[in-house]
Design a protein around this ligand. Structure first.
Ligand SMILES: *Cc1c(COP(=O)(O)O)cnc(C)c1O
Length: 240
């Protein structure tokens, strides 16, 4: 049973987000239909996902294997689940059982394990590749050395070349999260340059997944093709 108050609330948040996406695109003379909206449902209940589905949303983002797996289980077949969280080796098999796209690949060993799994799951004549994005770090060198938030921009070419050997992966593009220590406008401007260099080598990898609730307009100004929005549509997360 769908809660009507919640349903109206989400419909409003969604309409507002779509309007902002459209204005941001138009302000830089982009076609708004080029920009895909992924609604990030992490920490929100499956009933919200159902409401979003009824409102026409088909792309859902999740950060954690267990939560994503529970929500995606027996959900409408035409929905697409985007995994965008940190990958753990021991979760790869499970992630691949429900995720349709992986946005957060940043480790060669993970790439190899994902590839092995794709081939294990396939019958010999029919390998269905898993679409992946390389997560790029926009952090300063110092912050990057402390965390695992993506590949150093200087290393992307080499990393992409290494993962091209894995035939179970389909390289779709790049993903990034703006660092907290910098205004998004300047971080995404840098990302645009990184993406343009990358596209010279991989012209078929057309996705740029960037922009969250607090910064998606700026990401769109700088070429994002996929924005990942949670709280601006669903409200504040009560726990994390
Ligand atoms: C949580 C999350 C989002 C959505 O964040 P909001 O601020 O709620 O829009 C997008 N991308 C990633 C990688 C996230 O972890």
């Amino acid at each position: 049973m769908v809660n009507e108050i919640r349903s109206n609330e989400i419909a409003l948040g969604l309409a507002n987000a779509k309007e902002r996406i459209t204005s941001a695109a138009i302000s830089v003379k982009r076609d708004p239909s080029e920009i895909a909206l992924i609604v990030v449902t992490k920490t929100f209940p499956k009933s919200d996902v159902e409401i979003l589905y009824e409102l026409g949303i088909r792309d859902f983002g999740e950060n954690r294997d267990q939560e994503g797996s529970l929500k995606a289980d027996e959900f409408h077949l035409d929905a697409k689940w985007h995994f965008q969280g940190q990958i753990q080796s021991n979760k790869i098999k499970s992630i691949l059982s429900w995720a349709d796209v992986i946005h957060s690949l940043a480790d060669l060993d993970h790439a190899k394990r994902i590839n092995d799994r794709v081939f294990l799951a396939a019958d010999k004549s029919n390998v269905s590749k898993i679409p992946i994005l390389i997560q790029v770090s926009l952090d300063s060198d110092l912050v990057r050395s402390e965390g695992r938030n993506g590949i150093d921009p200087k290393e992307i070419e080499k990393f992409a070349e290494s993962i091209m050997q894995f035939e179970g992966l389909e390289l779709k593009g790049l993903m990034a999260v703006a660092p907290i220590s910098e205004i998004p406008e300047s971080a995404f401007a840098r990302l645009a340059g990184i993406f343009s260099d990358f596209q010279r080598i991989y012209p078929d990898a057309k996705w740029l997944s960037a922009g969250m609730s607090g910064d998606f307009e700026s990401a769109i100004h700088h070429g994002a093709t996929h924005v990942r929005l949670g709280s601006s549509i669903l409200g504040n997360r009560s726990y994390l």
